[in-house]
Write a protein that binds this ligand. Structure first.
Ligand SMILES: [Zn+2]
Length: 575
């Protein structure tokens, strides 16, 4: 990778060779002012939004000394780095965080309040980007057969995907409108929801299929696959790892967490094991693509697909800026099985560092990093495992969703004689049965309040917030995050949040979750790198809703439709 673009080297000569490259970079390019549209200027040809699923805000610090020169270290040393950036919504899940980064809105505005919510009219769980009108485009014969079950969501209704349920415009949507449709907008992700949310309504999305190991899209975007996608999938790169294993990048003794490999509370995903090396098994096994995704290989495939997209679509090749989002999903999957303080966590981050370095080198060759405005962030952080915290002396446990339902039902039965008042519970939202409340001639608000009071007294439950509102003296920071998560038809009647480090999720092969309103889940990196962006660290608190308005301001356009954040002044101005 070129460390300094050629135009900057020329300036460096006149300024004296002793200056660091970052400073030269700064001197060479005029700061991009909010009043100066970059459109039509040759400066920014590509907005590259990189989102690392589950990259808690402290992980880059923990592993900082272990990175190579051209990956995370390049971004951290050349960019404006926000050390105290947080999602300010309560349900810190993948679709919620991605949609917030893309739109600059809180979930109350973009409508993506959770990975799933209960559809009261249909009487079943809805997956955030599910859309029966937009079936997946099959990539091979066997994928044509009927509907399939998504084990992560326990859903089988449809595999169709589109952004139609997103209620706000993204940066990409806004850029397309601003440039009269000339900006190209793409989202690539290890997960469907990370690709679809970032591509917005206007862009094209592609994501890794845990059914086939191919990158897929839906009929919302295309009638048939572009030729380059057919070509990429024909190489069957995931299957090339059949019979192989995820092995450590370096000698185990060199890792900070070298002693944290085999812990009894890690999850063994059907033969994947708790210790290195983790075998992927045979490519014919239905879990093979999932195991590939729970490793550094899934991230490498994601980057490779994105590179193929840039080449084939000519992204970033003219004066009209294009938008490309790349979401890496390996870390989150690894966190869920092994926890964020595991050897697996350290290794997947170190291997992602290499993947990132390779990607940045490619972008420099094809677009030029001096023409690229890059922003790095994460959709959420991660909790530590309850058993790990308890070992350290912080005693916490696991809550049972069934127990939450029983407590709620008992409270309504005792107070109002209503049996089975809970219509549905999928954390964080509890949905009450309006019909039963009406039949008992009770007000919904009074039932909500009584049930919430009982839930709040449960060990391990920190908050139970009724739709009808808590008392006026309870306006805490966590409660404000619950409010920002509220959508009138999608949110449930009571928001249930566990106490810090308590686990509240369905049973299943998951050792640990994110999704709480606590700071380990809200804290994420926010790093901007690009022409005119100074190298500095900023410690004031900022919100992830500021990211999209900052990109919009640099591009000289209005913020996305529902953005609530503000442009980050340190990115826009030199001093
Ligand atoms: Zn996750």
């Amino acid at each position: 990778m070129r460390t300094c673009p050629s135009s900057i080297r020329r300036v460096a000569l006149t300024r004296g060779g002793a200056l660091g490259c970052a400073l030269m970079f700064t001197l060479a390019s005029h700061p991009v002012r909010a009043s100066e549209p970059a459109v039509g200027s040759p400066q920014i040809r590509l907005v590259l939004q990189i989102t690392v699923d589950g990259l808690r805000g402290d992980l880059l610090n923990r592993y900082g000394s272990r990175f190579g020169e051209n990956g995370f270290r390049y971004l951290l040393s050349k960019g404006t780095v926000y050390t105290n950036a947080h999602h300010e919504h309560a349900n810190t899940e993948t679709i919620v965080g991605h949609a917030t980064l893309a739109t600059g809105a809180h979930p109350s505005g973009h409508g993506m309040i959770g990975n799933v919510w209960y559809d009261r009219e249909a009487g079943e769980l809805a997956y955030n980007i599910e859309d029966p009108e937009s079936p997946l485009l099959p990539t091979r014969r066997e994928a044509l057969e009927g509907e399939q079950v998504d084990p992560a969501q326990k859903r089988s209704r449809t595999k169709g995907r589109s952004p139609r349920a997103m209620l706000a415009a993204t940066v990409g949507d806004t850029l397309a409108a601003f440039t009269a449709g000339r900006a190209r907008v793409f989202g690539v992700g290890g997960k469907d929801r990370s690709a679809v949310s970032m591509a917005g309504h206007v862009g094209k999305a592609f994501w890794f299929s845990t059914d086939t190991g191919d990158f897929v899209t839906s009929r919302y975007y295309y009638d048939t696959y572009p030729g380059w996608v057919v070509g990429w999938n024909a190489r069957r790169q995931a299957e090339g790892h059949s019979g192989q294993a995820w092995a450590l990048l370096n000698d185990q003794g060199t890792y900070l967490l070298g002693g944290q490999d085999d812990r009894p509370y890690e999850v063994d995903l059907k033969g994947y094991g708790r210790t290195f090396p983790h075998p992927f098994g045979d490519a014919g096994n239905p879990l093979f693509p999932t195991k590939v995704l729970v490793s550094p290989v899934g991230d490498r495939l994601t980057a490779d697909f994105a590179k193929a997209l840039v080449r084939a679509e000519g992204v970033g090749q003219d004066a009209v800026p294009d938008y490309l989002s790349i979401s890496f999903s390996g870390l989150d999957a690894v966190n869920h099985f092994f926890g964020p303080s595991s050897l697996e966590n350290e290794d997947v981050v170190l291997q992602l560092d290499g993947t990132l370095a390779d990607l940045l080198g490619f972008v420099d060759e094809t677009v030029g990093l001096d023409h690229t405005l890059l922003v790095l962030s994460a959709d959420h952080g991660m909790a530590e495992m309850p058993e790990y915290m308890t070992e350290l002396g912080f005693e916490v446990g696991r809550l049972s969703p069934d127990g939450i339902v029983e407590t709620a039902n008992a409270a309504a039965r005792e107070a109002f004689g209503i049996n089975g008042v809970v219509r549905f519970f999928y954390r964080p939202y509890l949905y009450l049965d309006e019909g039963k409340i009406a039949a008992a001639r009770r007000e919904r608000g009074e039932v909500e309040q009584a049930v919430a009071r009982a839930l709040a007294e449960t060990e391990g439950v920190a908050l139970a917030v009724p739709r009808s509102g808590p008392g006026p003296l309870e306006d805490t920071a966590a409660l404000q995050r619950v409010r920002r998560n509220f959508h009138p038809s999608r949110s449930g009647d009571i928001y249930v949040a566990q106490e810090p480090y308590w686990f509240l999720f369905d049973k299943g092969p998951v050792a640990v979750m994110h999704g709480s309103p606590w700071r380990y889940d809200t804290h994420v990196p926010v790093v901007f790198v690009g022409p005119g962006v100074a190298a500095r660290r900023v410690h004031r608190p900022v919100s992830t809703v500021d990211v999209a308005p900052t990109l919009a301001a640099i591009l000289g356009m209005s913020p996305p439709s529902s953005a609530e954040g503000s442009p980050l002044s340190e990115v826009l101005w030199q001093d």
